[in-house]
Each structure stands twice: as structure tokens, then as C-alpha cells.
Design a protein around this ligand. Structure first.
Ligand SMILES: Cc1ncc(COP(=O)(O)O)c(C=O)c1O
Length: 459
């Protein structure tokens, strides 16, 4: 198959879901009613939903079959043991704590290790990670390499941690750092991978300063695939083998199974430390559920267990990463500014470059995302000043970048859907000069404002 250009989906479609065509007038009315916030839309009014790759993928025949094996016993369900076996096959941590999704794992962990005066470094904190760190009174610090902050810089592992900056932070504030985090792949920095060499270097620094290293591992399989195809010396290894090496370098992880668990819900927190795990389990019982199901039904645990076996397969990962790049290559050829190289789960449009006439504090990413919806019913997500420009003290400053993420749900859309997206984005980019900036309408939400804020055009 190597000599054919066409990327075929390594599956046939077994059940279909209708999607509804709308008129431009209908879309204009829908987005007005939603306060120009794409999170406020009725999903039936969206044609191609690229808001997120989280929980929106299609499950396989074997996952639906596994769901039938779901055992809903309150304690010690066989489904828990199926889940535990699948997780520890890849991530052999001593303690696995199931949660209903990734942020629940973050909330529990940071409630235990965070708190006022603490500082938590990461390559780039995802929005929920940052919010959960800050909710405890701790500080979230982003230490991605310089190339990771520059949308056009070429680097095979733009998610890498700036090792010198990490050392400087640990020298200055060592006693305040309870844990070092690395996000694989780096979602907020463009879905960019982290190399094994960088993870080893972070491990070495953590050892020197006596700090635990945790991975935010939502897209671990995509990260492992990038390591396999981009990192010297890794091409002949299997993906599970690479994942196990990543696990061996870490002391724990948070996980959203809605990404590389290939499931619609679920997550976990895992670690080796007995004391922290015990404190986390106590919180789990308060907020999520008994430790053998956490926030999940037995059937969800089964779906994740099967998803973890499928997500590390070469055919799947090759299709996944190539088909995302297909969208990026076509938009790049059409002259649309993008984050390069292409991320694993999404293509990120560089709204700041496309809309230089809209200052960051007038949210060029939000303006572009709204325009894509009105033009073609495509729902993307602003990852920029709306999401990251608001600080706990109420002040506002431009985010590092103003991006619009077109996240690709796993195994959900075909190449013709993506060809349509290419046409719509190209047309909106051609008319970019006519787009106007936005401001946030009152009342302004106190945190995670991108979910609930409403917007109005700047006069
Ligand atoms: C890197 C990263 N960390 C954490 C999360 C939170 O996971 P969840 O949405 O399951 O709460 C996400 C979700 O998008 C993510 O991309």
C-alpha cells in the first residue's frame, strides 16, 4: 500500500449518523442566539464538528461488543479488572484510580499536591489543568521550548520542555514544586509531540531535584507514533514498547480516555506513590465513586479496555496522523497560515497571522471560528486569548498565540468531509480582511470563560 497516495480509512462504516445541512441564514441566527460562542450552539446546527477530539470519536464493533460485557457490580467488577489489565499493560503504575474524565483526575491530584505558594511546571498546561492548579491557589507555569511558542518554527518535537528553564525554576523555587508535568502531545501548543530524549532529560532533572514526574497522557499513542516516525533510532520499535518506556520515565499520569482511550467518557489517575495514592483515593470516594469504578459504569471500563488495545495499532495510528496532515497540507498549499509541523489530533489555524488587523485583545481566533461556522457550518475552537488571556487577578493579556483548532474526532469523518472543510477554510481565509474583532459582553465569567462567555462585535 506504500506506493498509493490516497489515505484510506482502515475501517468500513457499520452504523451511520445523519448530519444536517443548514442555510447561511440559519447559521447566522444560531450563532447570534449563542452569543457568538460556539460552545453555545445546538450540535444539530453544526455540519462538521471539529470543536474537539475529546469523547467525539466513533467506537469500534469490538468496543460496542465489550460494552455488552459491562458488569455493574459496585465493588470488584470484572470490568474493573479488564480495565486495570489494559491500563497496566501500557502504564504499569502501582495505583490506578479511575475517574469520569481527565479533569476529575487533575482535580483530585492537585487537591492533594497543590495549594497556595506551590508552583507546577508543564510544557503547556491545558485549560482544565491550569484551572485545576489555580483553583488550589497554586501557580501553573508553562516551560515549552521557544520553537513551541512560534507557530511557524520547524522542529520535530515542538512539545519538548525547555530543560534549562525547568532547572532555573527548580533552583529558584524547588521547595514549592510538588510535581513536574509534561503533556503528551502538547494540546495547547498545537498538538505537538515530546521526544523520548526530552522525557529522559526531564527525568534526569527531576531525579537531581528529587521531584516526581507526571505525564498528562491524553494523546500518548499519537505521541508514541511521532516518536516512532520522527525520533532517530525508534523506527523499529512497537508503539506499546515506546509507551512503556514513556511510563518507565514517569512516576504517574493523568489521563482522559476520551482521547487515546478511544472512548466517549472516562479517565484515570495513576502513580507509584502509596501515600499520595491513598489521599487521592479518599477524595475519589468523596467525589467520583468507589475505587474500582471511580466515575464510570462497568460498560465504560470495558469500552476503554478495548479502546486501549486498538489505539496502539500501527494501521490506526498511521491513518490518524496522515489524515490529520492531509488537512494541514491542503490548507498550507492554499496559503492559510497554520501551526507547523502539523499536530496529531488537530490542525491549528494561526488566526493572529491571518487577521493582523484584529488585535489579540479583540480575539482574532474567536472571530475566525465564528466565520468558519457561518460560512460552512464548521465548528472549531479558539485556543488563544479568550482561553488563556484571563488571569486569576482579573487582568487580561494576549495569549502566546491566537489559534483556531480544528480537532479531528477519531474514526468519524471521511476524506470528503475533510475536502469540504478545506474548501470552507480557504474561502474564509480569502475574505479575512473583512472580519471584525470581538469583545466579551457583560457579565464576564470568572474562570474558564471560553465555555460560557458571550461576545459582541467591536464597533
Ligand atoms: C492535554 C489535556 N489534558 C487534560 C484534558 C482534560 O480531559 P477531559 O476533557 O477528559 O476532562 C484535555 C482535554 O481536552 C487535554 O487535551
Amino acid at each position: 500500500m506504500d506506493h498509493y497516495r490516497t489515505i484510506i480509512e482502515p475501517f468500513r462504516i457499520h452504523a451511520v449518523e445523519p448530519i444536517r445541512l443548514t442555510t447561511r441564514a440559519e447559521r447566522g441566527a444560531a450563532i447570534e442566539a449563542a452569543g457568538l460562542n460556539l460552545f453555545g450552539l445546538h450540535a444539530d446546527d453544526v455540519l462538521i464538528d471539529l470543536l474537539t477530539d475529546s469523547g467525539t470519536g466513533a467506537m469500534s464493533r469490538d468496543q460496542w461488543a465489550a460494552i455488552q460485557h459491562g458488569d455493574e457490580s459496585y465493588a470488584g467488577s470484572p470490568s474493573w479488572f479488564a480495565f486495570l489489565e489494559a491500563v497496566t499493560e501500557l502504564w504499569p503504575f502501582r495505583h490506578v484510580i479511575p475517574t469520569h474524565q481527565g479533569r476529575a483526575a487533575e482535580k483530585i491530584l492537585f487537591s492533594v499536591v497543590g495549594g497556595p505558594g506551590k508552583v507546577i511546571p508543564n510544557n503547556t498546561h491545558f485549560d482544565t489543568t491550569r484551572a485545576n492548579v489555580e483553583a488550589t491557589g497554586a501557580e501553573a507555569v508553562d516551560l515549552v521550548i521557544a520553537e513551541g511558542r512560534d507557530p511557524s518554527a520547524a522542529h520535530p518535537f515542538k512539545g519538548n520542555v525547555d530543560i534549562a528553564a525547568l532547572e532555573t525554576l527548580l533552583v529558584a523555587r524547588g521547595p514549592d514544586v510538588p510535581v513536574v508535568f509534561v503533556t503528551i502531545t502538547n494540546n495547547s501548543g498545537g498538538g505537538q509531540p515530546v521526544s523520548l530524549a526530552n522525557l529522559r532529560a526531564v527525568r534526569e532533572v527531576c531525579d537531581r531535584f528529587g521531584k516526581p514526574l507526571f505525564l498528562d497522557a491524553c494523546r500518548f499513542a499519537e505521541n508514541a507514533w511521532f516518536i516512532k516516525i520522527r525520533e532517530p533510532g525508534q523506527a523499529d520499535r512497537t508503539v506499546p514498547d515506546i509507551v512503556r518506556e514513556m511510563a518507565s520515565l514517569a512516576d504517574g499520569m493523568t489521563m482522559s480516555a476520551k482521547k487515546d482511550g478511544l472512548a466517549n467518557i472516562g479517565g484515570w489517575l495513576a502513580m507509584d506513590d502509596d501515600v499520595v495514592a491513598s489521599a487521592c483515593r479518599n477524595l475519589l470516594i468523596l467525589t467520583e465513586g468507589f475505587p474500582t469504578y471511580g466515575g464510570l459504569a462497568g460498560r465504560d471500563l470495558e469500552a476503554i479496555a478495548q479502546g486501549l488495545r486498538e489505539v496502539v495499532q500501527d494501521d490506526y495510528l498511521n491513518y490518524r496522523i496522515r489524515s490529520t496532515a492531509y488537512l494541514g497540507e491542503a490548507l498550507d498549499a492554499a496559503g492559510v497560515p497554520l501551526v507547523r509541523p502539523f499536530g496529531g489530533h488537530a490542525i491549528y489555524l494561526d488566526a493572529r497571522a491571518l487577521l493582523p488587523h484584529i488585535p489579540p485583545l479583540q480575539y482574532p481566533g474567536q472571530a475566525l471560528a465564528v466565520a468558519l461556522y457561518v460560512e460552512g457550518g464548521i465548528r472549531g475552537c479558539e485556543i488563544g486569548t479568550v482561553m488563556f488571556g484571563h488571569h486569576p487577578d482579573g487582568s487580561e493579556s494576549p495569549a502566546e498565540m491566537d489559534l483556531v483548532r480544528l480537532a479531528i474526532p477519531r474514526r468519524t469523518y471521511t476524506q470528503s468531509h475533510i475536502d469540504y472543510v478545506i474548501e470552507v477554510v480557504t474561502r474564509v481565509a480569502a475574505g479575512a480582511a473583512d472580519l471584525r474583532g470581538l469583545r466579551i459582553a457583560e457579565p464576564r465569567p470568572p474562570s474558564l470563560r471560553h465555555f460560557t462567555a458571550t461576545f459582541e462585535p467591536v464597533a
